[in-house]
Write a protein that binds this ligand. Structure first.
Ligand code: SF4
Length: 229
């Protein structure tokens, strides 16, 4: 596993549980608002943390942490992800996987082997606008396949979208609602112009909280629950 970061405790990265957060290094998307450039851009890569060191840390936290969130970068590009998750689960932790949905084959393997307890997938935009947000070309059928896999898996899950005003309007959010129709939980994440991959995003904004809440209300026929954070 290429591990580029370890947050030793978090109260917000696993719903209802105290967790550690493991950041894998490497992602092929180039979202301008990304706040993890050191996990995305090879020229800015963080030093790797040996897997054994991370597992030793977790071993020492048994009984004090409930869960581990594996995020990125994009974790599903790590070929040994299923084996790593197994090792973490053998230590007694719940495991949440964050993904951008680019690798449905790996997601299927993890779901089929019943490896994870929670999956969170980013939905960057309606499929036809993906290119504009992630700044690379991908076959968006891969994204649709990941959505279908996650929704059909029975694994507790959520979808979430980082909302930058200049990128997504009301129609886009409503279109995303249709894309994930039937999802249990959807989260609109306010973009914070703090650490970004593309410096031009420092001048961009998100919508007012009230407006985002109204958007959530409009999605009530598409998703079970919609939240703003
Ligand atoms: S926001 Fe996520 S998907 Fe986008 S570049 Fe950053 S790590 Fe990759």
């Amino acid at each position: 596993m290429n591990i580029g970061g370890l947050q030793k405790v978090s109260l917000i990265d696993y719903p209802g549980e105290i967790c550690a957060v493991i950041f894998t290094r490497g992602c092929d998307f180039r979202c301008g608002y990304c706040y993890n450039a050191e996990l995305v851009l090879p020229e800015r890569y963080a030093e790797l943390i040996p897997e054994q060191e991370v597992l030793a840390f977790l071993r020492g936290r048994r009984g004090r942490l409930d869960a581990v969130t594996i995020t990125g970068g994009e974790p599903t590009w790590q070929a040994d992800l299923p084996g790593f998750i197994r090792k973490v689960k053998e230590l007694g932790f719940l495991v949440k996987l964050d993904t951008n949905g680019v690798n449905p084959e790996m997601l299927k393997e993890i779901i089929d082997r019943k490896r994870v307890d929670y999956i969170a997938m980013d939905i960057k935009a309606p499929l036809e606008k993906y290119r504009d947000v992630i700044n690379i070309n991908i076959d968006t059928r891969r994204i649709a396949a990941s959505i279908a896999l996650i929704m059909g898996s029975g694994v507790p899950c959520e979808f979430r979208t980082t909302v930058v005003k200049s990128q997504l309007d009301e129609q886009d959010i409503l279109a995303i609602g249709k894309l994930i129709k039937g999802a249990r939980r959807y989260v609109l994440q306010k973009f914070l112009p703090d650490k970004v991959l593309d410096a031009s995003f420092l001048d961009r904004t998100t919508y007012e909280e009230d407006y985002l809440r109204r958007l959530c209300g409009m999605l009530k026929n598409d998703v079970g629950e919609c939240a703003v954070r």
